[in-house]
Write a protein that binds this ligand. Sequence first.
Ligand code: PLP
Length: 397
Amino acid sequence: MPLTFQPSDNIVRLRESATLAVAAKARQLKAAGIPVIDLGAGEPDFDTPAFIRQAAAEAMDAGATRYTNTEGILPLREAIAADANRVQVQGTPVTPAEVVVSNGSKQSLYNACVCCFGPGDEVLIPTPAWTSYFEMVELARATAVPVVGEIGNSLKVSAAQLAAVATPRTKGLMLNSPSNPTGAVYSPDELRDILALAADRGWWVIADEIYQRIAYEAPAASVLELAPTRDNLIVINGVAKAYAMTGWRIGWSIAPAAVSKAMTVFQGHATSNASSVSQQAALAAIARRDEADAEVNRMVAAFRQRRNAVVAALQPFPTVTYVYPSGAFYLYINVAGFRGAVDAGAAFASAVLEEHQVAIVPGSAFGTPDWVRASYATSESIAVEGITRIARCLTGS
Ligand code: PLP
């Protein structure tokens, strides 16, 4: 008898990643010859720096083509630990035993959720939040509890807001600064308050710092330098965004040794080690600091210039409100009330794609349906043209 597929209980509530879905739709239109301005992508448009590509090629020729330890090669974990210890961390310095390298920060986030959360646990998610946090928490069979930030505070949440929704079942929270989708950056004081609350309540803090190096006004603080303790801290980072290495798939976690051990065991059964060649590329990116800094600074300067340009492009449209982006490469725009739709973000994203050929992501993907996200990780002229079309569509001008 032919078997009919019935999704298992594990995935029955799983939704397709909205960001990937928009990218697919935009690709489809482009393939049909329609010139789409794609502001949907969450990936730098730069090439991976040449010295990193070169290091990978050399490592491959030197035989770095076999399985590695599940947790990653020691030189890379040492380099990540040394990099983390450049700031004053609480307690003892980070050791390589606390570092687990994975196939992208996405995998590290998932591993952390599976290892720390389970049935009956509630996990606070400052919202809007990157689309996968909700799904990852649910895949761990825990309950995702969105906590929506105040518009007046760039949609960031405060410790008081988190405390107000916490219950005895609260087991942890997801932090993301600079934020995808808003580009908002938490101040050191805001982070300190949240970290103090979490330490006091015994919550896990999973801090996703993938955009930490992409900040425009002031350096974005790492929780490593602010937390009163590292005992409840799982810091996630990777090479994808800052080093323009999305396709290499290297991320990592810095967590207490027992958590790192559990994450390694879990990863060992799920995927084993991250690509050996990619680990060598990441090693060059982290360990050859001066060369890497020059490249990162160049790319961040370009993102800053585009940020300034897209914000300037909105100036002629004073009724368009958005979160002022101090980091990452996204502009989060309020489209509440658009054509009277219930899901204003989805209605707007669909209208702007069909009527103005601009691909963006509806805010429902991030837990706030009245908003849309536009990425300016593209050339300045394309970003400005796209944002201008968005503003015209929104204001009917
Ligand atoms: N975390 C956030 C907030 C992201 O925006 C992304 C990618 O879009 C990731 C994690 C995943 O990054 P990686 O490519 O390292 O898996």
